[in-house]
Design a protein around this ligand. Structure first.
Ligand code: PMP
Ligand code: GLN
Length: 411
């Protein structure tokens, strides 16, 4: 099997992702020895095979700021082609520290409190492997970005979840409180949130901080959509009182500069936490992306309008797709941030979102991702008819996708 080609493997009769099906619950291979492709790879492969419009995997179909792309070309010409320092190129660490100060008023020491990683994914992986020992509990909201469950399982941790419910997606504070105990090692927060596009309310963030303090847990926060908010500007949890000293803030240049393939990510945290994560990271990738690091550094220094204009353009795309989905008969939850809209396909007969998404490319020429892929199979029920669609695509692509969905629902 070629990686990412086995749709049938994903839609297994057990309803479990292949890595969940192994005896240990943490393997990365299916029992038959095939590679367990992610939902994103699966659905992108399905889009290629059927020629459908891919609103599944979240990647833009247009380039970001030309200066950033040119800076990478220049860096390659200038010979920035060998291993950068293990903690990241100084110019990028300085730019990340300056970015945290400029946007959030956080004073960060570029020398000891910033670590450059191979995308946010490596920051998440190294952090979880560094902090979580066998039996340690990790609390996340649910639905959750799929890598979280796989990484927690790999580390031998126990994954506890707090439900977010369609269409508002804010957690119940009592349920949050009940999930965090003295066994909790990490509370992993993702705001703005994938797949729902929710921005967690300040009272939720404050409760996370209070619970982390009470139970001596580390807060790990995935903020890759920090600049793609459509209402109030993003406020990192690390800025909340009491949070900084126990928080690892993770982000990435991929979403902000439409460079998802460059995989330049980072984390910001107090020096002892950075050191713990670096101990793992140095044997994962060691380093990555030498010429892309100065390019992302220059991007982080671009004027405010570059960031806010990109969010405004994305907001207009959100509105376009939300309208298209509504006109096609979906019930839509309008996101406050990010790349994705979650839509309820029940009114279109899509009570089983997995089956609906599997059939949609052939029947409508559009790819979406079932929200059940972001949920443990035992708890998929409440999310069964929900589908995630990406709107980080050109207007004409979203218009065509909307037209196809309208024809599908009419026919
Ligand atoms: N976290 C979330 C919530 C994401 O949506 C993604 C995917 N873009 C990542 C992490 C991974 O980011 P990166 O591509 O920088 O590894
Ligand atoms: N973050 C992207 C999404 O949610 C995909 C990243 C990936 O393919 N692993 O669609």
């Amino acid at each position: 099997m070629t990686y990412g080609e086995s749709v049938s493997d994903f839609f297994s009769p057990t309803g479990l992702r292949p890595w969940q099906r192994t005896a240990a619950g943490a393997g990365l291979l299916s029992p038959d020895g095939t590679i367990a492709a992610t939902i994103f790879a699966e659905m992108s492969a399905l889009a290629v095979r059927t020629g459908a419009i891919n609103l599944g995997q979240g990647f833009p179909d247009e380039d970001g700021p030309a200066e950033v792309l040119e800076a990478a070309r220049q860096a390659i010409s200038d010979g920035v082609n060998q291993y950068p320092p293990g903690i990241g190129a100084p110019v990028l660490r300085e730019a990340i520290a300056a970015h945290q100060r400029r946007w959030y008023g956080l004073e960060v020491d570029a020398a000891s409190e910033v670590l450059v990683t191979a995308g946010a994914t490596e920051a998440l992986a190294a952090t979880i492997l560094a902090l979580v020992d066998g039996g340690d509990e990790v609390v996340t909201f649910e639905p959750y970005y799929d890598a979280y469950a796989a990484l927690i399982a790999r580390a031998g941790g126990v994954h506890r979840t707090v439900p977010l419910r369609f269409p508002d997606w804010q957690p119940d504070l009592g349920e949050l409180e009940a999930a965090v105990t003295d066994r909790t090692r990490v509370i992993l927060v993702n705001s703005p949130h994938n797949p729902t596009g929710a921005v967690l309310a300040d009272e939720v963030l404050d409760r996370v901080v209070a619970l982390a303090e009470r139970h001596d847990a580390v807060i790990v926060t995935d903020e890759v959509y920090e600049h793609l908010t459509f209402g109030a500007p993003h406020r990192p949890i690390a800025t909340r009182p009491g949070a900084w000293e126990r928080t690892i803030t993770i982000s990435s240049g991929g979403k902000t500069f439409a460079t998802t393939g460059w995989k330049i990510g980072w984390l910001v945290a107090p020096a002892p936490l950075v050191t713990s994560v670096l101990a793992v990271k140095q044997y994962l990738t060691f380093v990555n992306g030498a010429p892309f690091q100065p390019a992302i550094a220059m991007g982080l220094g671009l004027p405010d309008a570059v960031f806010t204009d990109a969010a405004d353009r994305l907001r207009a795309k959100r509105d376009l797709l939300a309208t298209g989905l509504r006109e096609a008969g979906f019930d839509v939850s309008v996101p406050d941030a990010g790349y994705f809209i979650v839509a309820d396909a029940a009114a279109l007969g899509g009570h089983d979102g997995d089956a609906f998404c599997r059939a949609l490319p052939e029947r409508a020429g559009v790819v979406g991702v079932p929200v059940s892929a972001f949920v443990h199979p035992d708890r998929a029920g409440a999310y069964r008819s929900l589908v995630r669609f990406a709107f980080c695509k050109r207007r004409e692509v979203l218009e065509e996708a909307s037209a196809r969905l309208a024809r599908f629902s009419a026919g």
